[in-house]
Each structure stands twice: as C-alpha cells, then as structure tokens.
Design a protein around this ligand. Sequence first.
Ligand code: ME8
Length: 679
Amino acid sequence: MPGAFYITTPIYYVNDVPHLGHAYTTIAADALARYHRMRGDDVRFLTGTDEHGQKIERAAAEKGVTPQQFVDQVSETFRSLPAVLACEPNDFIRTTEARHKKVVHELWEKCRANGFISEGTYAGLYCVGCEAYYTEKELEAKDGAFFCPIHKTKVEKVEEPSFFFDLDKLEGQLLELYEKNPKFIQPESRRNEVISFVKGGLQKLSLSRTSFKWGISVPGADKHVVYVWFDALTNYLSALENAADRAKYWPESVHLIGKDILRFHAIYWPAFLMAAGIPVPKQVFAHGWLNVNGHKMSKSLRNTVEPKKLVEVFTADVVRFYLLREVAFGLDGDFSHEQLFARYKADLADNLGNLLNRSLGLCAKLRPASGGGTLTAVDGPLETKLADVARSSLATVIGAWDEIAPHKALEAALALGRAGNKYIDEAAPWNEGKKGEEGRVRVDTILATALETLRWIATMLWPVMPSVSDRIHEQLGLAKLAPTPSGKSGADLWQLIWSPSWDAAKLPVGTPIFPKIEPDRQAAILKELGVDAALAEANAATPAAAASPDGTKGAPAPKKSKEIAPPAAEITYEEFSRLDLRIGLVVSGERVPKSDKLLKLMVDLGESSPRQIVAGIGKSFAPEALVGQQVVVVANLKPAKLMGLESRGMIFAASGEAGESDLALLMPGKPRAPGTRVK
Ligand code: ME8
C-alpha cells in the first residue's frame, strides 16, 4: 500500500562551501526518495542550510561581511548542489526564513508551557565547530587543555546566563522509545551506542546563549538566542508549514544523517518533541564517514573533494553509483579516485555495459530490425534459471532499500548483470543461428531473454542512476520509467513481470553507455581534477580501498603488538600451492541462531551457485555489513559442520588487540571477479 514518506538530510552549516561528504548524504536521501516514488508513495524530500550560531557569526566576521550577507551567499552554493548531483528535493529550507523562526518560537513556547524550560547560568566547555557542550571526559586532554574529538580544536570555557531544558526528566521516556521502536535508531550498532549513553544519565541542557547575537531570539527574552541545535532540528517541522502537509508527512519521517550528529537527532530531537507533546519521527538513520585516505573528509582537515568537478568528469550517475556501491551504508568508507576508476571498469563497463552492448550487437547481427515479427522466448532450462535469478535479485533490491542498504541493492542488480552475461556465454546465440528453424527459435529466445534482463536491471538502477536507466530504456525502445510525483500516490513500479517479448521491427539500437576509460584518458582525468599524482599513487597503494565492514578502513596502522608469535615451521612451495585461495563476494549473510560468534554467509566464488561458509567473525561484523564485500577464501578446505551447518571454505581475517571482537578482513585492493585465484 503506498503511503506518505518524508525523507530529510541534515541542514548543512554555511561556514564553508559543500564537499563530497555533504553530497554523500544528499545522494543517499535522493536515491531513497526515488525508491519510494517508484513504490507509488507520496514522497517529500527536504534539504537546506543551518545558518545561525557562533560558528557562522565568526566565519562572516573573518570575511568582513555581515552574517546575513554571508549566509545568503553560501546558502546558494548548497541550494544549487542537489541539481548537480541529479537530486530532486521538494523543498530547501533556510533557518533564517520567517516560516522557520515562527515554528522555533512555537516549539519553545510549548516546551516552556509544559514545564521543561527554566532559567539559570551555564558554566562549561563548548566546541564552536560542533556547536555542542562537552564534559571533560568526552574530550581529548593535552597539556592541561581540552580538545574536540571531532575537530581537534581547543574547546572554549563558557559561563553565561542561560535557559535550560530538562533533558534529565525524559531519560525514562527516551529509553522506552528506543525499546518499543527498535528501528527508531539505525543501524543497530548506533542504536546500542545511544542507549548506553542515555543509560549513563542525562543532564540538563543549556538551551540559549547570551554571548553572541546571531540566532533566533528567545520569545520574551531578547538577550538570549535559541541554542543553535534547538533551532536547527526544528527545520524538519517548519518545512511542513501548512497544516495539510504536517498532517500528511509528520511523523512519517526518516532523518538521514552522518554519525557525527546522531546524539542531537536521537536524543535531543525526540526529547524536545516529547516535551512539546508532538509525535517523534519514525526513524533516524546515521551513516558513516566518507574518509580520504582514512581521515574524515572535512573542511577543517582541508582534505575535501569537490563534487561539481567530479560530476563534470564522471557524470552524476556514476558518482552516485560509486558512492553508494563502494561504502556499506552505515559504516565508514574511503573515497579514492583509483577505486572510482576500478569500480567503473569492473561494475559498469565490464558488467552492465558489456551486457547491454553485446545484447544490442547480437540483435543487430542475428535479428536485424528489418526481419520483423515478434521476438518471444520459448523457455528452456537456462532461461528458467535466469528468470529465477532476476526474481530473487528484485526481491533483494526491494528488501535492501527497505532497510536503507543501497550497497546491497546495487550488488543485487550487478549480480543479475553477471548472470545475464553468463547466460549469453552459455546460450551462445552465435552458434544457434546456423541451425535452421530450431536455431532461429533459440536465437529469438536468447535475444528476448537478454533484453528482458536489461529491462529489469534498468528498473533496479533507477533510484541510483536515473539517467542511465532512462538511456537503457531508450536503447531498448521502451518508455522511461515515470514514478509517482510528490503530492500523489501511484502505481508500484517494482511489480515487474518477467515477459520476454519484443517487436522485432523496433529492435534496439544504441551507443555504449559506459565506454572504456583507457590509461591515457585516466591520467588526463586525474590531471583535470587536479589530483596530485602522488596522492593518486598513495590511494592506489592503500590496501583494500573498499570500505571495511568494521568502518576502520584507512585508519593509521596500529602499533606493533608486543607479542608477535614467531613464524610456524617452514613449508615448501608445493605444500603452499595445495592451498586454493580465491576471491569471494559475499552475497548474503545472517547470524547463526544461538551463537554470538558464527555468521552464515553465502559467498560467490564464480561457481554455479554461491557457497555456504560459516565464519566465526560475528563479534566483529554485522552480517549485513559484509554483503557486497570481497573477501579471500580458502576454497579447498574440507567441508566441516559448525552448529549443524555445513561450511565449505574459510574466510581470512586478522585479529587486533581485542581478539575476536576486533577482526580485520583480508580484502583485495581493487575489485576482482569472484573466483579469481589468489597467489
Ligand atoms: O552538522 N562523510 O552540519 P554540517 C560523510 N548543521 N558525511 C559527511 C561528511 C563526511 N566526511 N562530512 C559531512 C551540521 N557529512 C548541522 C546539522 S541538522 C538539524 C543540523 C554530512 O555542515 C553528514 O550528513 O557539519 C553530516 O552529518 C553532515 O554532512 C554534517 O553537516
């Protein structure tokens, strides 16, 4: 049943221009919005800018302009970003707008009327970068001073008159919210983090500032400006300014954010709403950080990647694909230009592009449009098998979007691409053409089946690569998908029916969508992007540039453990070569019931079907985080039974200081075809 779906990004600070980290959240939100539009849901997608607070006031002063001039200027760079990224928000809210101020005042008044706001004096530590209060134990101490764990800057001592919010009164109610709504905070690991923080005890929160001016004044107390997080979080409500929208979209909201601002969204925001007697949102989903060589991409660390330039070179669809495919959503991941080229080649050019080009090429050669008639499939075993893969891929795609796991959705679409290519290899239409009437039926069957596979893949890709999907539809001679526009509910486009039948007179024509990028061109692109050759090399040398499922990818190497065991007894090369090591792709995973350690994984080793491997890595990894990851597998280990389940292989991992709870998986530095031998 279609329903209302309200998706939001954080509203971004305008103290500097947008970078790829901001683009990442906006792209993920847009893809999710598109998935829901395809389902026929009435979608509202909101983004915007956070324009008040001490940080902005200082940034404006540094530029020698008024805060208003400053925010007007920078906000525009954020407003124009979504279109560059092929994102289509329905609204862009600025916290300096009148519609927003009005709702902030209303929320404040409600909290005060219900007895949650009182007056006093605040004395403590404040990070202007985070616009957040900290206790000493949350900070990094050095030479008698305290530093923000995120910005690495010295925090400031603040002492000023302030209004306070009784956050402590809501501890029980918050814990009940998390308990009764297990999906309120996602992913699971973040939920646990928040629960233990709240269980550790909440303190009253300073809700206004008096030592600077740039903010929304407190109703009835002009000397105070509203604490910038109370102001900012309210944007999610103030953008639904008319009553009909409020009734329709609230509280059907999913707040997509980075893990840096989880506490504000998962504790403060529901607490403010509870105090005001307003329903809390449906979900807060915190994704991980996009790192550059292991460090969070951020303005203060000066390691940002500029999204516009990247899109000019690669197109928005490819950048969207790379970011959502590369990083297991929810965990940290590394951005590298090298890896972007590698994904482009392996997933887009060699898999999807190849399937499209060879299918169209075979149509032109074996069944030119002038031949007329209808291409229908008379199913044999190969066709039935492929249709089954298509149906199960589609179910995986839908399930993955429902749990906000774009990387899994993309992997399922790519798996169908691989199956399609394999199908053409096995069905070998080039041989059938020579076999008279029977052969002609087979040729029609194979071509119709290949085209149908492409139609399904193009549908699955639309949320992430809308233009590519449109172009594939066009090349197949089909109308583009037309998902439900906002404000309406409509048809569910995910209800695909496998029907390989094509009018031969309208057989597809087209040019390659993912042309090969030769090394010369690659070097020229890197130059165009201003990527320092040394940086590119460093990226290439970074092992497993893909996101690590435990989110620690690229972190500085830990110090040598004190007790490194001496090497085991020597073996000969012959003995070593008896080991058959292969690249495996994790296609699905679940926990083994009653075990906190064992995971049951299905791993594609390029064989006719994925293998079941039971791995003792469950204390370090959530099974869903492994899906889409490439691992190294001992492929010729004698099958064993673990808790009654057959395991056909072993996955390589290295333990850290915390043993089984701190494993690092061995992964290839670039994507490799499943089954590739490791020597
Ligand atoms: O926090 N990796 O604004 P902000 C992944 N105004 N995501 C990143 C990222 C990175 N390296 N860098 C930024 C604020 N982001 C507040 C929010 S909401 C009511 C107020 C994304 O400009 C990510 O979504 O610092 C992160 O949470 C957000 O940008 C922070 O943006």
